[in-house]
Design a protein around this ligand. Sequence first.
Ligand SMILES: [Zn+2]
Ligand SMILES: [Zn+2]
Length: 383
Amino acid sequence: MPLIPEIVAMQEEFKAIRQQIHQHPELGFEEVQTSKLVANKLQEFGYKVHTGVGKTGVVGVLKKGDSPKKIGLRADMDALPMPEENDLPYKSQHAGKMHACGHDGHSASLLLAAKYLATQEFEGALHLYFQPAEEGLGGAQAMLEEGLLEQFDSDMIFGWHNMPLGTDKKIYLKSGAIMASADCYTLEIKGRGGHGSAPEKCEDPILAASLLVVALQGIVARNIDPQHSAVVSVGAFHAGSAFNIIPNHATLKLSVRALDAASQEITAARIAQIAKGIALAQGVEIEISKQAAAPVTINDPKASAFAQEVAKEVFGEEACCFEHPAAMGSEDFGFFTQLRPCAYAFLENENTHYLHTSGYVFNDALLARGASYYASLVLRYLG
Ligand SMILES: [Zn+2]
Ligand SMILES: [Zn+2]
């Protein structure tokens, strides 16, 4: 079973919807118009619609027959705070906001699958999760904390993300860890400033922060099992204002990634220990705060095996890649994978610009490909 012809036939209609969402990008938890559009469409297709789940999230429910089986499909709706540089007829109309991660396409593709599935025979419950705020703002968590799975539980949950730069129309879907955890840390170093000519009267936060930057690199080198993967990057270092003033404060911002929970925990513990040690040695205070985090996205073996069979039917065996390195980027779909058997896939986007760049363009041919995959998962499981 290749792409579903009825879905391919409707692609133009959903291309227009995708481009409409693209023109009006909304940031995380501000997806008011987008979620309204999604809710209206789902209602039109015959779904029971629940809005305001996790602020701006939308859930579409379609039940047929008496089977207790239930399946969940997830798309994200938020845009990014960056300008669009593309000269497209449907380019972003909101300065400084852009769908540069293709979430407009993910949502439109799930709507396309939704319309097709409403016309099909199946036994069980179909749950469509349109989540807000995937870009580091905790949209999945917000929906889950509001009881998403208590109200709209699923035996398995599936998602996919477009993957630019590929040209072979491939699907990547490996079992196990597919994307890394992401933790953001801010380290506030409070010293005692003074005249640059009199360091002996100061507790220099710049020296302490510099020692921290170097010591933090020892975590991956010396504390993480060499067979495992982790990243500790210092992305920001702010301190001082002049040649001859030792400042009172310095700030470091870190991005930490890992492909397993143990490495994530080791890294967190070591950051705290290193900061404590350097604070003591340098006579400064170091405060650590942890911001938005995502766990490792782990594909369940059974859900993956099921999705791999479906992928082979939809895309053909030659387009399927089930053994590939995990990505060190993160996804808040990881929160779903902690709670239910899930499988997350990457679909090649055949685009020359990467995600989160101003030249990125979502390839509309993915709408029917993604929707055929989604619809086939549902019909195979509830058929
Ligand atoms: Zn993104
Ligand atoms: Zn994304």
